[in-house]
Design a protein around this ligand. Structure first.
Ligand SMILES: Cc1ncc(COP(=O)(O)O)c(C=O)c1O
Length: 377
């Protein structure tokens, strides 16, 4: 049977995530994997979950098991509003920040529209923009002049995949471009609270609250299994997002929201965050130390002030896609950097994650990778 004819015109634009494809073909627990972007399970407040659940049920009865408001439960919206010093009316809870990206795409993009984005760009965002048949171009002035973009999408803090953080000047430049073109900015910020060194920089929302939708997530500061995030933005924009979200999932997961509200409201999130940051800082430093120890000359990497990723640039003649099968067969995984570029360029780059891998596997993994790179030079 030919099933092709049943699909919508959007389907050919769907993009498979190479990261998820890697997960499908290899049991990453058997090798040294720097692919993926999972948080470390030790950062989850696992032992607190039963008591959080008991408290929530004792306090709210059956409410956490019922449908809830599309904007999210008031208790959680209020806590996010307080944490980010904005009015409650500017907070929409989402079923994760990936949904935040997708709902923005759905509300703002028509086929053929242009999104100006980081380059390299987060794959999940690229998938979403493509699914709505938008074109993605890098935010650089030469491109901006020639196009009529719909919005700018950036990850200013501890970028996935590059690990970079935008300076205040770079953020101001984004705001200048957006104001000049009179377009919106989607500031994707799931890692903002995971800073291990350096000074916090003002968010783009703080610089341009009138045109920024700031996406947040509980995935990296609580647990991704709850699938909870939020959008902070101007009310008229949230109003449309609210209507759109009604047909997506009616409401974000209600029980999870009550757990999150209890976790944030009791101060447990902040206490856990201190431990999470210490854990990731240690892991980042360990990884950077190992790269310094083992990587051959000609290899450079970013030093992330937060987040979960490092970005490696290898000598020009090395193709990280071509090298991948050998790396896997020898027991180490990474994500080739070209997958984060819309034109699949930069084949001499790779993304490494330092949050998820067993610490004991970090050294053998980096050593293996360094040997493979050395042989490829
Ligand atoms: C930049 C960025 N945005 C959004 C997400 C999606 O996160 P979640 O849907 O779990 O909130 C991720 C996940 O890795 C990410 O790196």
């Amino acid at each position: 049977m030919d099933y092709g004819k049943y699909f919508s015109a959007d389907v050919p634009s769907f993009l498979k995530s190479p990261v998820r494809e890697i997960f499908r073909v290899v049991d990453l627990s058997q090798i040294c994997s720097f692919a993926g972007g999972y948080p470390a399970a030790v950062t989850f407040p696992t032992d607190q979950i039963p008591s959080l659940a008991e408290k929530v049920l004792a306090k709210y009865g059956t409410k956490p098991l019922q449908y809830g408001a599309t904007q999210g439960i008031p208790e959680l919206r209020e806590l996010i509003a307080k944490r980010y010093s904005v009015p409650v009316s500017q907070v929409q809870i989402t079923t994760s920040s990936q949904q935040g990206i997708d709902v923005c795409s759905r509300v703002f993009l028509d086929p053929g529209d242009i999104v100006l984005a980081d380059n390299p760009v987060y794959l999940g965002a690229l998938q979403s923009f493509k699914a709505y048949r938008a074109e993605v171009l890098p935010v650089i002035s030469s491109v901006v002049e020639k196009s009529r973009p719909k919005f700018i999408y950036v990850i200013p803090d501890f970028n996935n995949p590059s690990g970079k953080t935008m300076t205040l000047e770079e953020r101001e430049e984004i705001v200048r471009i957006a104001r000049e073109l009179d377009i919106l900015i989607v500031e994707d910020s799931p890692y903002r609270e995971l800073r291990y060194s350096g000074e916090p920089v003002k968010s783009i929302r703080e610089l341009a609250p009138e045109r920024t939708l700031q996406l947040g997530s509980f995935s990296k500061i609580f647990a991704p299994g709850f699938r909870l995030g939020w959008i902070i933005g101007p009310e008229p924009l949230l109003e449309q997002i609210y209507v759109c979200k009604q047909c997506l999932d009616l409401c974000p997961p209600v029980f999870d929201q009550y757990l999150a509200a209890e976790f944030v409201g009791s101060g447990a999130l902040d206490a856990n965050l201190v431990k999470t940051i210490a854990e990731y800082r240690r892991r980042r430093d360990l990884m950077v130390g190992l790269l310094e120890k083992y990587m051959p000359q000609g290899v450079s990497w970013t030093y992330p002030e937060g987040g979960l990723f490092l970005w490696l640039t290898l000598p020009e003649n090395i193709d990280t896609v071509a090298m991948y099968d050998e790396a896997l067969s020898k027991g180490v995984a990474y994500v080739a950097g070209c997958f984060f570029y819309t034109d699949r360029s930069h084949r001499n780059t790779m993304r490494l994650n330092f949050s998820y891998i067993d610490e004991a596997k970090m050294e053998p993994g980096i050593k293996l990778l360094a040997d493979i790179i050395r042989n490829a030079v």
